[in-house]
Structure formats: structure tokens, C-alpha cells
Design a protein around this ligand. Sequence first.
Ligand SMILES: CC(C)(COP(=O)(O)OP(=O)(O)OC[C@H]1O[C@@H](n2cnc3c(N)ncnc32)[C@H](O)[C@@H]1OP(=O)(O)O)[C@@H](O)C(=O)NCCC(=O)NCCS
Length: 140
Amino acid sequence: MEKIELTSENIELYLNDCVALQAFLVSDPDSINADFFTKTAVCTHSYFLALVQEGKVMGLGVISKMTHPANVTGYVNNIVVHPDTRGQGLFSVIMDDLEEKAAQWGCTDLALTCSREAVQGMYLKRGYTHKETNFYLKKI
Ligand SMILES: CC(C)(COP(=O)(O)OP(=O)(O)OC[C@H]1O[C@@H](n2cnc3c(N)ncnc32)[C@H](O)[C@@H]1OP(=O)(O)O)[C@@H](O)C(=O)NCCC(=O)NCCS
């Protein structure tokens, strides 16, 4: 399994697989927009990792750098492994790589949100702790 950073040079090659993988992550697959995925994947403050086997994307993970006056947080999102390759440790491969990127960026914290009960235990096992945060969101 190859670890590949998605960039403007290679995104076209992997875009269809990446969009297809999103369907295992979001509740409304019709909301997935390939153009938007491309734009976000080439953002300078985000790192998109693809796990590729025989040219096909089997796993994805994203980390974004958020800078505050007192800390630098790596925000982890979009973690997904293709159903054909689950249970083989790819979640850990993705998370190890994203956490390494956060360390390179000089992050002091890692953050993520996870509503899926089955997956929460995996983050707890990796040392993440559950926080009761006052999280607010506004669509613009
Ligand atoms: C969640 C998901 C990414 C896991 O991928 P995976 O490659 O099958 O996971 P892994 O095989 O690497 O297993 C992860 C580890 O968590 C452990 N684990 C599994 N269930 C667990 C639980 N409930 N509590 C604690 N640990 C658990 C596994 O034993 C494994 O540990 P190990 O690496 O020490 O052996 C995959 O099922 C998926 O893509 N699901 C749909 C999308 C999704 O829910 N994404 C997460 C959004 S927050």
C-alpha cells in the first residue's frame, strides 16, 4: 500500500476513487462535488493523504492546520477506508501519517469530531480524549 499526498499534479488521477470513497463517509452521497474536492485537496494549509493499492485509492485522511495565538491545532477529518480493505490496520496507517504531518507543522494539539460510536473507541485507544465542547457551526 503506497502513501500518496494528493496535489494539483496528481489529483486528476485519483479524483474518481476519492469521490467514490466519500460515499462511505457522508450520509448524502449526492452532496459530494468533485470540483470542490479538488479545490480543497490542493489548499496549502491542508494535507490530503491517499492510500493507494494497484493504482486504486483504498483509504483517505485529511489534516488541516489551524493557527491560534496560543497554539497550533491539527484538525483531522475525512478518515475513510474502503470496505474491501477494512480490518487490516489501514486506519492506524492513516492516523500515524497525519499525526506525523502535524508534528512537522509544529502542532501542539490534534482535534477531530466523531459521531460514530463504533469509531470513537479507536480514537480513545490512540490517546484522544472526549471533550464536551461548545461547538458552533454556521453555513455560509
Ligand atoms: C473507521 C474505519 C476508518 C476503520 O478502518 P480500518 O482500516 O478497518 O481500521 P483498522 O483495521 O486500522 O483498525 C483500527 C484499530 O482500532 C481497533 N478497534 C476497532 N474497533 C474498536 C473499538 N470499538 N474500540 C477501540 N479500538 C477498536 C482495531 O482493533 C485496530 O487496532 P490495531 O491497529 O491496534 O489492530 C473504517 O471502518 C471506515 O472507513 N468506516 C466508514 C467511515 C468512517 O466511519 N470514518 C470515520 C469517521 S469519524
